[in-house]
Design a protein around this ligand. Structure first.
Ligand SMILES: *[C@@H]1O[C@H](CO)[C@@H](O)[C@H](O)[C@H]1NC(C)=O
Length: 520
C-alpha cells in the first residue's frame, strides 16, 4: 500500500517536473564581460527556478547553483585584447573600418567557440536539451547547436536591434525612423540623415553578406556535418523568440513582431546590496556628493592616451565632488581624500546611493540602463559601436552630455561636467525616465523568464513565427504586385492614349472632309 502511494507520488513529482522544468543550454560566446553579465543573469535566474542549466561561455559564474553547469569556451584572449586596445587607441578610424575589423574578430570567435575542447566533448556526448538560449552577435553558425540537439531557440541580443537580428524573426526596420545602431542618429532624421541611414544599412548588409555569411556558413557545415537544415533555413525558421536588451522608455518607439520582446533593464539588481564599508564611508563622508567614473569592463583606463588622461584629471581636480574611479592598475597615485580607485566596483549598488550625483561612463548599454534605473545623469565618453548612439539618445532626452573620446580635451570635458552637475534638468529628466522604465506590467527579468517558459510550454511556439519568414525579398515587399499594377496602369494609359489619338484622328478626318466639301 505504502509502496503504491510512493510510486504514485513519484510519478506525480516526475511528471510534474518534466512539464515544468527543462534542460536549457545557454551559449554566450562573446568574451566581453558586459555581454556575459546579461546572459548569466538570465541563466542564473532560470536555474534558481529549477531549470537544469548548462552555460557555454568564456567566463565562469563564481558561485553557481548546483543545477548550473559550465562549459568553457577557450578563446584566443591575446587576439581579442589586442583588438580591443586598437579600437580604444584608433579613435580616428571610420565606423566602416571598425565594422570590418569587428567582423573578422567575430568569425574568429565563432570558430574558437566551436573548436573549444569542452564544446567538442559536448557535441560528441549524448546530452539532450529542451531549449537553446543563444546570444545573437553575428554568430549565426552557432544556431547549429539547436539543429544538433533538435530543440527550439531563443535569441538574446545584448546589442541594439539591427538587420542581422531582425531577419531571424522577420521584424520590419523602417529606415525612415529607425537608425542603424552604429550611427549616432535618433528617430528624427533630416533628409540627409535618412539618406546616410539607408546607405549605411545597405553597406552593413553588403559587408555582412561578404565577410560574415560565407564564413559562418562554412563554420556551420564543418561543425555540424549531420545537420539536416542549411544555415539559411536555420536563420529563417529556427528562432522562436528574440529577447531584446532595450526598452522604449530607454530608446525610441519602433515596430516589432510579437516574438521579439523588449526586456531592457532585466539585469539591473532590484535588491540593492549593502556596499563594502570603505566605499560606503567614502560616499557618506563626501559633503558635495560623489562622481562615479567607469569606462566599462572592456576598456582599460590605464591605456588612455596620457594627454587625454591629464585632461580628465585636470577637469576633475577643479570640482568639489569626490570621485570613485574604476582603474585597472597601480600607475595612478592620487589624493586619497578626493579619489577612491578600484579595479572592480559594485557599480549597481554605488549608483543606487543617493549621494552619488553623476556617472561618467563609456555609454555602454548596460551602464546607461543602470544609470537610468537609479536616476543618475551621465557624462559619456563613447568610444565605438552603440555607445555613440546611446549618448546621442541621452543628449536628445536631456539626461546626459557626451564627449567622444576623439574630441576629449580639458575644455570639452570641463564643459560637460559643469553642465550636467550644475543644471538640474539632467537629473530631473533621468528621474522621469527611470519612473517610466520601472513602470512595467512585469519586472523585465520576469518578462524574460515568462517567454522562456512560454516557448517551453508550447513546444517551440511555432504559432508565433511570422509568415514573413516564408517570403523572399520580392514577395515580402510586394514588388511583383506593384509591377503588375504598374503594368496594368501602363496598359490602360496606353490604351487611353491610343483611343484619344484615334478619336482625334477621326474628328480631324471629318473636319477636313467637311472643309474639303465646303471648298468644292
Ligand atoms: C577554424 O579554425 C581552424 C583552426 O582551429 C582552421 O583550421 C579553420 O580554417 C578555421 N575555419 C574557418 C572557416 O576560418
Amino acid at each position: 500500500m505504502n509502496i503504491l502511494v510512493c510510486a504514485i507520488l513519484l510519478m506525480f513529482v516526475f511528471g510534474w517536473e518534466s512539464a515544468e522544468t527543462a534542460k536549457i543550454l545557454g551559449v554566450f560566446p562573446t568574451p566581453s564581460k558586459s555581454h556575459w553579465i546579461l546572459g548569466s543573469s538570465l541563466l542564473k535566474e532560470l536555474a534558481l527556478d529549477g531549470h537544469e542549466i548548462t552555460d557555454m561561455s568564456p567566463f565562469k559564474l563564481s558561485k553557481p547553483p548546483t543545477n548550473y553547469h559550465h562549459i568553457e569556451i577557450e578563446i584566443d584572449k591575446e587576439f581579442f585584447d589586442d583588438w580591443l586596445d586598437k579600437v580604444f587607441k584608433d579613435t580616428a578610424k571610420s565606423p566602416i573600418q571598425k565594422m570590418i575589423e569587428m567582423y573578422t574578430v567575430i568569425n574568429n570567435l565563432s570558430n574558437t567557440t566551436l573548436h573549444s575542447p569542452e564544446v567538442q566533448k559536448l557535441l560528441q556526448s549524448d546530452q539532450k536539451f529542451d531549449l537553446l538560449i543563444l546570444e545573437i552577435f553575428f554568430d549565426h553558425a552557432l544556431l547549429g547547436f539547436a539543429e544538433h540537439f533538435n530543440c527550439p531557440v531563443i535569441g538574446l541580443t545584448t546589442h541594439g536591434v539591427v538587420n542581422w537580428i531582425n531577419i531571424l524573426v522577420g521584424t520590419p526596420q523602417p529606415l525612415s525612423y529607425v537608425p542603424h545602431v552604429h550611427l549616432s542618429f535618433t528617430d528624427r532624421m533630416s533628409f540627409w540623415q535618412r539618406f546616410a541611414n539607408v546607405l549605411f544599412n545597405v553597406l552593413d548588409d553588403t559587408l555582412m553578406s561578404i565577410l560574415i555569411d560565407p564564413v559562418q556558413d562554412q563554420l556551420y557545415r564543418e561543425a555540424f556535418p549531420n545537420a539536416k537544415r542549411s544555415l539559411e533555413e536555420m536563420k529563417k525558421h529556427a528562432v522562436s523568440v528574440i529577447l531584446v536588451n532595450s526598452h522604449f522608455s530607454l530608446s525610441f518607439p519602433r515596430p516589432y513582431v510579437p516574438n521579439m520582446i523588449e526586456i531592457g533593464g532585466f539585469h539591473v539588481n532590484r535588491k540593492v546590496n549593502p556596499l563594502p564599508s570603505n566605499i560606503l564611508n567614502f560616499i557618506e563622508n563626501s559633503t558635495h556628493g560623489v562622481i562615479y567614473f567607469s569606462l566599462g569592463s572592456n576598456i582599460k583606463p590605464s591605456k588612455l592616451d596620457p594627454e587625454k588622461r591629464d585632461a580628465i584629471l585636470n577637469s576633475l581636480s577643479k570640482l568639489k565632488q569626490t570621485v570613485i574611479w574604476k582603474w585597472d592598475d597601480e600607475s595612478l597615485l592620487l589624493d586619497k581624500n578626493k579619489y577612491l580607485l578600484g579595479k572592480w566596483l559594485p557599480q549597481d549598488d554605488i549608483l543606487a546611493h543617493p549621494n552619488v550625483k553623476l556617472f561618467i561612463t563609456h555609454g555602454g548599454l548596460l551602464s546607461c540602463t543602470e544609470s537610468i534605473h537609479h536616476g543618475k545623469p551621465v557624462v559619456g565618453i563613447p568610444v565605438f559601436g552603440d555607445q555613440l548612439l546611446n549618448m546621442a539618445r541621452a543628449e536628445l532626452a536631456g539626461w546626459g552630455v557626451g564627449v567622444s573620446l576623439g574630441n576629449l580635451t580639458e575644455q570639452s570635458f570641463n564643459y560637460a561636467l559643469n553642465e550636467v552637475l550644475n543644471n538640474v534638468k539632467y537629473t530631473k529628466n533621468v528621474q522621469t525616465i527611470s519612473k517610466r522604465l520601472r513602470d512595467q506590467p512585469l519586472p523585465a527579468m520576469d518578462m524574460a523568464k515568462y517567454w522562456v517558459n512560454y516557448v517551453l510550454r508550447h513546444d517551440g511556439a511555432e504559432h508565433l513565427k511570422s509568415s514573413a519568414q516564408h517570403l523572399n525579398f520580392i514577395e515580402y515587399n510586394n514588388l511583383d504586385v506593384y509591377v503588375l499594377i504598374a503594368a496594368g496602369c501602363g496598359l490602360i494609359l496606353g490604351l487611353l492614349v491610343k483611343i484619344i489619338c484615334l478619336i482625334s484622328m477621326i474628328f480631324k478626318g471629318q473636319s477636313q472632309r467637311r472643309k474639303k466639301s465646303k471648298q468644292s
